[in-house]
Design a protein around this ligand. Structure first.
Ligand SMILES: [Zn+2]
Length: 107
């Protein structure tokens, strides 16, 4: 399999350096386990969209607002929304962190 620069993990949406799955594009054993256990949490994505404020939101603040238990699952959902669904956008050119700013993409 050939890797392009833009290949991202199907779970956490980070760039893949080493794919650990044959069938999907997954960056780590951790993502593989989460992906198997949770698939893609569409309900969480809906909660994020319902709770995000107008303008730029720091992921940290949104996380405490929603009071979701799993930080990794949370930031992975945001990553997928930014890089795959494109329902959210970010200011950062680096990989997302809890400090990154995100905003809703207006349709
Ligand atoms: Zn991953």
């Amino acid at each position: 399999m050939v890797f392009s620069d833009s290949m991202r993990c199907e779970y956490c949406a980070r760039l893949i350096y080493k794919n650990v799955s044959g069938k999907y594009n997954l960056c780590s054993i951790k993502c593989k386990n989460y992906f198997r256990k949770n698939k893609l949490n569409n309900e969480l994505e809906k909660i994020i969209l319902d709770n995000i404020s107008k303008g730029w939101n720091e992921i940290n603040i949104l996380f405490s607002k929603i009071n979701f238990k799993d930080k990794f699952e949370f930031i992975s959902a945001i990553g997928r929304m930014v890089y795959f669904d494109k329902t959210l956008k970010t200011k950062t050119k680096n990989e997302l962190s809890m400090r990154s700013l995100i905003s809703i993409v207006k349709k």
